[in-house]
Design a protein around this ligand. Structure first.
Ligand code: NDP
Ligand code: GDR
Length: 373
């Protein structure tokens, strides 16, 4: 019998990589997709299979984590061996603007799935992965952070994810459900949403280099993160569900860099040397030199980055650094893609898109450029 996986958040960054990974492993992959006025399936279009085709192994179901009747129906139809709960309102800054919705999706959505597992009598057969997060550590109590570091969430997103973390542990202890939390540190890729910091930088600088945008406006560029590649992290999500006993694991690279450093690397990939000048709200990044043909719109002296306080958060997570020793020792996991390799990959894809858009613009066509986030 082919194994069946159900992924919430399949249209997101991780969902798309995980779906690819599981299809390669021979799984039948089901995904829950929200109804929207546009298709919104760009990240999974390349693996989409027509429902009329014979031997269909990839299927999307309309659904929403705020709707328990619909979740229960999908679970009863699919009866998956493994559920990966990746669906979430996943943007920390947005969670301050939509705290109640974030709690509904990220916290109660997890409960709804676990209850559906119980209600349908899948508690002995279906394994459950919960997308937990390093944001749980928030105001960090020790460095590096491990599975035993105390939590101190700093946003409505993180508080909602804290509920989801504990309800997962609780259903494991109370009902014996195979449920585990992957406490994942930031992970990125060319498929990262445009309003998360790394993608905002690689896409923004590529657009500026091609003359599509004048300047990047950023928030706290002193923030420190432990960034890995999403491809390495979804492999670990699957590995976690293959153990005899469910357990929670930190997934991280163990290396930490500032947002400013990521900006400098991204600029280097475009042949631009940047100089940071000024302090606080007056800090800017100025082009010092341009090499090669990737940034025809830029010259020395151009200002490509300014600070805009609108991107500061009401409460910030200043520093995160993970220790994935448990995952390494028990599962043999370690990341294969370095942050520099990832940055190069992201810039290359965003530059290719920016070049296409510049060509369209030259021919008088509208192109998507600025994003808030
Ligand atoms: P994305 O934001 O790229 O994807 C989120 C997914 O959730 C999208 O498919 C989105 O659908 C879906 N979704 C949002 N709201 C709902 C809803 N109400 N009902 C059903 N689905 C919904 O996130 P990532 O792929 O980056 O992250 C995956 C998970 O891992 C998330 O839970 C995130 O919080 C968590 N996480 C991510 C980390 C990271 O660094 N990437 C680190 C730690 C945890 P749509 O496409 O329609 O918007
Ligand atoms: P984060 O990711 O909040 O860590 O949550 P994000 O990339 O949004 O921010 C990282 C850090 O960069 C700072 N920053 C900015 N961030 C954004 N988005 N835009 C800016 O202009 C900007 N300027 C500075 C932020 O303040 C922050 O310190 C991500 C999400 O994927 C969560 O779902 C996940 O749980 C965590 O990672 C681990």
């Amino acid at each position: 019998m082919r194994r069946k996986a159900l992924i919430t958040g399949i249209t997101g960054q991780d969902g798309s990589y995980l779906a690819e990974f599981l299809l390669e492993k021979g799984y039948e992959v089901h995904g829950i997709k929200r109804r929207a006025s546009l298709f919104n399936t760009q990240r999974v279009d390349h693996i989409y299979q027509d429902p009329h085709s014979a031997d269909q192994r990839f299927e999307l179901h309309y659904g929403d984590l705020t709707d328990s009747s619909n979740l229960t129906r999908i679970l009863s139809e699919v009866r998956p061996d493994e559920i990966y709960n990746l669906g979430a309102q996943s943007h920390v800054a947005v969670s301050f603007e939509a705290p109640e919705y974030t709690a509904d999706v990220d916290a109660l959505g997890t409960l709804r799935l676990l209850e559906a597992i119980r209600f349908l009598g899948l508690d002995r057969t279906t394994r459950f992965y919960q997308a937990s997060t390093s944001e749980l550590y928030g105001l960090v109590q020790e460095t590096p952070q491990t599975e035993t570091t105390p939590f101190h969430p700093r946003s409505p997103y993180a508080v909602a994810k804290l509920y989801a973390y504990w309800i997962c542990v609780n259903y494991r202890e109370a009902y014996g459900i195979y449920a585990c939390n992957g406490i994942l540190f930031n992970h990125e890729s060319p498929r990262r949403g445009e309003t998360f910091v790394t993608r905002k930088i690689t896409r923004g600088l590529a657009n500026i280099a091609q003359g599509l945008e004048p300047c990047l406006f950023m928030g706290n560029i002193d923030s420190l993160r432990d960034w890995g590649h999403a491809k390495d992290y979804v492999r670990m999500q699957w590995m976690m569900l293959q153990q005899d006993t469910p357990r929670d694991y930190v997934i991280a690279t163990g290396k930490q860099y500032s947002v400013r450093q990521f900006i400098a690397w991204s600029a280097e990939e475009l042949g631009i040397t940047l100089r940071f000048e000024g302090e606080g709200l007056d800090e800017i990044a100025v082009v010092e030199a341009v090499r090669g043909d990737k940034a025809p719109a830029l010259s020395p002296g151009d200002v490509v980055l300014r600070i805009d306080p609108r991107y500061f958060r009401p409460a910030e997570v200043d520093t995160l650094l993970g220790d994935a020793s448990r995952a390494r020792a028990e599962l043999g996991w370690q990341p294969e893609i370095t942050v520099r390799e990832m940055c190069a990959e992201m810039v290359a894809e965003d530059l290719a898109a920016a070049r296409r858009h510049a060509l369209l613009k030259d021919h008088g066509m509208a192109v998507p450029v600025s994003v808030e986030g």
